[in-house]
Design a protein around this ligand. Structure first.
Ligand SMILES: Cc1ncc(CO)c(N)n1
Length: 229
């Protein structure tokens, strides 16, 4: 973890990060991210990842918009409404820049449905966003931000450059993304500070599930995951 993102030990985020370190370590060292860092990731696997991520980002944006609607103050409303907007902007950059550079035809995207894992992850986020209280919704959304920020910086530190995936690496290792991530960590910790033991337990469960699904999302891209029938 980068020092700037390191919360103090008593916070929800510090406890959740510590409890899920094995998941983070598994993500850091999984074949997809090892190959992305050294530039040897086969284009077919990155194309699969991008198409699924374009589906993912729209659902993530919807979940963020629901978080915005559930925010307990105006700052949270603005923070998550903006994050929803950024998710759609990033999704559009996949179409305009990444799809073009990696040879994904817009028709191929239109014709590709969500993979089982993408379907599972987005269904989890949308269902949690609708059904759970604001602190639990934040805990489900936090790994999507935090794991990408840490993985982005970790990959940048060991990346072989120039690398076909430089633009992707720079997006998630960049200061703009990290600033947004620190703000989501802070808001989640503020929500956790006044949460009941029951809500805290649900927050930890949601955080863990989202972390596992992050690993599964990359693993699915590596395996070119598809529906069995
Ligand atoms: C699956 C996934 N999780 C998180 C992010 C970053 O928010 C992303 N682009 N895709």
């Amino acid at each position: 973890m980068t020092d700037a993102a390191r919360p103090t030990a008593a916070t929800f985020s510090a406890q959740a990060w510590q409890a899920n370190l094995p998941v983070y370590e598994a993500i850091r060292t999984m074949p997809f991210n090892m190959a992305l860092a050294d530039g040897t990731l086969p284009g077919e696997r990155f194309r699969h990842y991008m198409i699924q991520d374009a589906h993912y980002l729209i659902a993530f944006g919807r979940a963020l918009a629901i978080a915005a609607a559930k925010a307990d103050d105006a700052d949270g409303l603005v923070q998550f409404a903006q994050a929803a907007q950024v998710a759609v902007i990033v999704e559009r950059s996949l179409h305009t820049d990444f799809f073009r550079s990696f040879g994904v035809d817009p028709a191929e995207f239109e014709g590709t449905e969500m993979s089982p894992v993408c379907h599972h992850y987005t269904s989890f986020l949308i269902a949690t966003a609708h059904a759970e209280s604001y602190p639990v919704v934040l805990a489900a959304l936090l790994p999507c931000f935090w794991i990408y920020a840490e993985i982005g910086r970790d990959i940048l530190a060991r990346a072989v450059r120039p690398n076909a995936y430089d633009a992707w690496i720079d997006t998630y290792a960049g200061e703009e993304f990290h600033e947004a991530v620190r703000a989501v960590i802070a808001t989640t910790d503020r929500a956790a500070a006044t949460a009941s033991p029951d809500v805290l337990a649900r927050m930890h469960e949601a955080y863990r599930r989202a972390s596992q699904l992050e690993w599964m999302f990359w693993d699915s891209a590596w395996r070119l995951g598809a529906w069995p029938l």
